[in-house]
Design a protein around this ligand. Sequence first.
Ligand code: NOJ
Length: 670
Amino acid sequence: MIKLLSGLLALLVAAAVQAAPLTLTSPSGTLTLHVEVNGDGRPDYWLTRNGKPVLDRSRLGFILADGAKLERNFVPSELSRTRVDTTWEQPWGERRYVRDRHSELQVAFEETGALKRRMLVIFRLFDDGLGFRYALPAQPNLQQARIVEELTEFAVSEAGDAWWVPGGEWNRYEYLTQRTAIDQVSQAHTVLSMRTASGLHLAIHEAALVDYAGMWLRRVEGQRFKARLAPAADGPSVVRDVPFVTPWRVVLVARDAAGLVAASDIILNLNEPNRLGDTSWFKPHKYVGVWWEMHLDTASWASGAKHGATTTNTRRYIDFAAKHGFRGVLVEGWNVGWDGDWFANGADFSFTRATPDFDIAALSAYGLKKGVRLIGHHETSANIANYEPQLAAGLDLYQRLGIDAVKTGYVADAGGVQAPGGRFEWHDGQRMSRHHLLVVTEAAKRKIAVNPHEPIKDTGLRRTYPNWVSREGARGMEYNAWGDPKNPPSHEVDLVYTRMLSGPFDYTPGVLSLTGRGGSPIPSTLARQLALYVTLYSPIQMAADLPENYQKQMAAFQFIKDVPADWSESRLVSGEMGSHAAFARKDRNSEDWYLGAITNEEGRALEIGLDFLTPGKRYEAQIYADGEGADYRQDSRSRIRIAKRVVQSTDRLPIVLAPGGGQAVRFRAL
Ligand code: NOJ
């Protein structure tokens, strides 16, 4: 009897222990994570900030194609707890040093049924965000995971507004940001950003998307979002042999907009350190290119009378680049395959054969003599079945010629990637996550940097592969050539708090003519075009306009010549989601600071404290401001006021932004 009672007692104690949620607190105690299985043995997690709910109980798990779902009848056990506080150095970036300070908890969930399958979840809690990933360890009853759906949920506790673009639609990530109530989101790509009624700033994204499908977020009910994995051509979205780990699911949690921007370092922190060793051969730089004229339709990618990528035209760009200190000249349409409907086929592209009017060898040599490198271009029209077999040869050619950066392109509607085997894939499906890493690693072997357009989203893999330097992944400047509509001023502000949280964007700013196709006006002021170099970060920045247009705007062009593409520090010094953004960034290679401010459609006056400058030091502020009466809707958009004054860290700089305007400042250390 006594034995029976003590047995019962032991069971009760075990149940009590099991019932208590596991908790994890962030290093300063700001965030607390709770993990618990419910009465069905279903794992849930929830998140609080200073005791207030951020995420309500949210599910974890998977639906498998060939086995019972991994979701219920689990017993949790704590595997390990660690704390990390370390600082690592970026080879290039928005800041030189990144601090990684988090608490980690690993939880094993083991099934009580006959299969006894095991699923681990690794949680990392920072003071400004949560990351977690699944790990499926080697086990007899789960040797391959065929994942139809991930059951991960994010149940946002508090009402508020959301900024998002639709996920799973034909134009990939290239939509204008929608601002709706959180409970009005349909299916969104990440980054999905939110501001709640109490002012909490949240963003959901993912980190280290490797050999897995990209995560969309589908609103299930109220403010509850569920992961939806980008589909595969057929069968489950993800097929992986066990053991493996999933990408990290990331929730950034901050008090204000500046905190949200700063929190995005978490995405880098959750990625593996550099695997490529010394990548100092990649130099952040600015470039010009045979590009805007095609978007204006005054030149063509296709060969013939309008062909842009001719030897003569490219020489002109090389001369311009050399004269004004640009390292790169991008040339699109240089190769065979653009004649006919390249949008639709992509099967004709050769990545080794130049058109007869483009002497690639002579041009690269000509550039090298002048300190200018050609930038390669591999438009694939998302036909990777045609591209992958040519990849090595295409990159070899570039390496031989001293071309050390390539822009790739995947023009095709979502779901229209043509993969080997006649399969049609999604730009953010598992197949493409593999493809991009194949390109990046093959390029790295040849010391070539990669900049994909129509890419898979950025999940911080630049930390692991520092030659993956930039990408597109949202509406870029090209929409201001031919878009209907063009990019309204609010678009670039929205980018700061959504797309830009994920990483560098090859937005290609600097169209100082402020005109698109047929002379149509671009909804921007002139000063704003300069400010974009500071507000939209990329380690490669294009000066997108035509050389002849820059000749007409030499005073404003000076800022584009001066602004660096590599920073030792960056911070949002003023900003609000949906309203405006002002960044201060310090040049990685000098004592100079730069400021870029942009606003939405509304004019706005800001006063920026210059306390980011080194105390006691004097700086010449070279100010490029919207001119009197400037307005993005009127001819006055081109009015600019360029002024100089001496400032120091105790000063405050008044900034007046025109409707759709901006301001750029260089603080030259004296
Ligand atoms: C779309 C890219 O975004 C653009 O930059 C490029 O010029 C065209 N595709 C052609 O490759």
